[in-house]
Design a protein around this ligand. Structure first.
Ligand SMILES: C[S@@+](CC[C@H](N)C(=O)[O-])C[C@H]1O[C@@H](n2cnc3c(N)ncnc32)[C@H](O)[C@@H]1O
Length: 269
């Protein structure tokens, strides 16, 4: 048994060797680049919670949209590093400083990703259509005036426009285009983004969803939600159930109860 402490001072106990994730002291920084924060830790915690599933998933291509400091994509690369056929990693960010900082963070941990300074995944959409097995996104999600969206630099890290959905709503159809048949999307949302409505929209596109991590900080309630294509081959929705169909129904009942309660609580504050 082993114990791993995170940057926030909380710990996790593992039966086997503790998985490696990015070390804060090796994460590079720049005044114009978002430093790892509660949301980044929540996203990496979701990947750790799903670590065995991720390893068994045998992804070929993994991608992060909006990599910032590189803490998340580096952690994902380290979690999957023991894989004999190591996946190919991509990371994008609209902020050119972030791409450089991500590169330094990856190098400091001796892992590699193909990096692109671009809007969402522009330039990769043809090349990677239907090929991405794991996508991770901690988007700009803070509700702000619309004019603040897309101003570049550090404000691009949080400025999300009305309901914080301006960039999120652009990323979801892109993810749908890039994800493979077995593709999984891990995305972080604030309760104010109305994640229940996002799950319903994704359901219309044929995706199942579940909350992997849910965390309340002093300022916000964060959810990391995992999406997968609902199909006969995708058993993710059957967790705790006997067949994909009945399992999905259980999953939906759960996500409705969790998200409607949280969305309700947030909007009343
Ligand atoms: C909340 S920060 C997350 C950074 C990092 N992934 C983490 O978890 O610490 C959001 C990141 O998305 C980037 N971003 C914002 N809009 C983007 C867009 N349209 N395309 C690509 N990246 C974008 C920002 O520059 C920022 O680095």
């Amino acid at each position: 048994m082993s114990v791993i402490w995170d940057a926030k001072g909380s710990f996790k106990i593992f039966d086997d060797m503790p998985p490696r994730i990015a070390q804060i002291r090796l994460v590079s920084s720049h005044p114009q680049v978002y430093a790892p924060c509660d949301d980044s830790y929540a996203l990496v915690d979701a990947l750790l919670a799903d670590r065995k599933k991720l390893i068994d998933h045998h992804p070929t291509i993994c991608m992060e949209v909006g990599s910032g400091s590189g803490y998340v994509i580096t952690s994902l690369a380290l979690i999957l590093k023991s894989e004999s056929n190591s996946p190919h990693f991509f990371a994008t960010d609209v902020n050119p400083h972030a791409t450089l900082v991500t590169r330094d963070t990856l190098e400091a941990h001796e892992v590699h990703a193909e990096l692109l300074t671009t809007n969402i995944t522009s330039g990769l959409e043809k090349r990677l259509a239907g090929m991405v097995d794991v996508m991770v996104v901690n988007p700009p999600y803070v509700p702000t005036p619309e004019e603040e969206v897309g101003n570049g630099g550090l404000s691009a890290a949080w400025a999300g426009g009305e309901n914080g959905r301006a960039v999120i709503d652009k990323i979801l159809p892109v993810a749908d285009n890039l994800l493979s048949e077995k593709g999984w999307l891990y995305m972080l949302f604030l309760a104010a983004n109305d994640p229940l409505q996002i799950c319903l929209e994704m359901r219309d596109r044929g995706y199942g969803s579940k909350i992997v991590v849910q965390r309340s900080t002093e300022e916000e309630t964060l959810h990391v939600i995992k999406f997968w294509r609902e199909s006969e081959n995708q058993m993710e929705g059957s967790e705790g159930g006997s067949t994909p169909k009945s399992g999905s129904q259980k999953g939906w009942n759960y996500i409705f109860s969790q998200l409607s309660r949280l969305t309700f609580r947030e909007t009343r504050q």
